[in-house]
Design a binder for this molecule. Structure first.
Ligand code: SF4
Length: 184
């Protein structure tokens, strides 16, 4: 059976991705690496939701370092928001590929491909670039079909649902948007 290392951004998104990969015949292992999530209290909520989802699905998950200092240092030198996103996707895909190679898992992919809020096209391109660099296969699955069902199930399981992407910039944007809507 072919193996895949699945980068997991959060518990709710993981559900349908794990099911789709298992249905496609992959032995699936999770990888939680998200130094982009701020503040630490928010990181812990998402981390605990992944533990809960992993238990429900009997999924083995590797919980990797939270090197947010490095993330902040590097992302704060990038002024363009699009470039920040690309940096943020790339470092998580690279770390997943590094871990997959270390564990001799030939394929990797990410739950980011399930999100209607992320640029799936760019993530697929980055995934392919990273895969070529590490001599692995990136699975460019379109997990978005399962997004609604995944989030419905995660509510039944009472998993934590975030209301911003992850970094402090996205938290500010999300609060500003909510404020704007409230005033209309
Ligand atoms: S908005 Fe999301 S993808 Fe973009 S830099 Fe922040 S955490 Fe990363």
């Amino acid at each position: 059976m072919s193996k895949v290392l699945l980068h997991i951004c959060c518990g709710p998104c993981a559900i349908s991705c794990v099911e789709a990969l298992r249905q496609a015949g992959f032995e699936t292992e999770g990888f939680f690496y998200n130094p982009n999530i701020h503040p630490f209290s928010e990181y812990l909520k998402r981390y605990e939701a992944v533990i809960a989802a992993g238990d429900r699905m009997r999924l083995s998950v590797i919980y990797h370092k939270y090197d947010f200092e490095k993330f902040l240092r590097e992302v704060s030198c990038i002024e363009n928001r699009q470039e920040q996103h690309r940096f943020c996707w790339r470092i998580r895909l690279e770390e997943t590929a590094r871990m997959a190679r270390e564990k001799e898992i030939e394929n990797f992919t990410t739950t980011l491909l399930s999100s209607p809020y992320q640029d799936i096209g760019q993530i697929k391109v980055l995934g392919a670039e990273v895969a070529a660099k590490y001599g692995l296969s990136f699975l460019p699955e379109d997990f978005r079909r399962g997004f609604a069902e995944s989030h419905k199930r995660s509510k039944e399981w009472q998993l934590y649902h975030q209301n911003y992407c992850g970094c402090v910039y996205s938290e500010k944007e999300s609060i500003e948007q909510r404020e704007k809507k409230r005033k209309v």
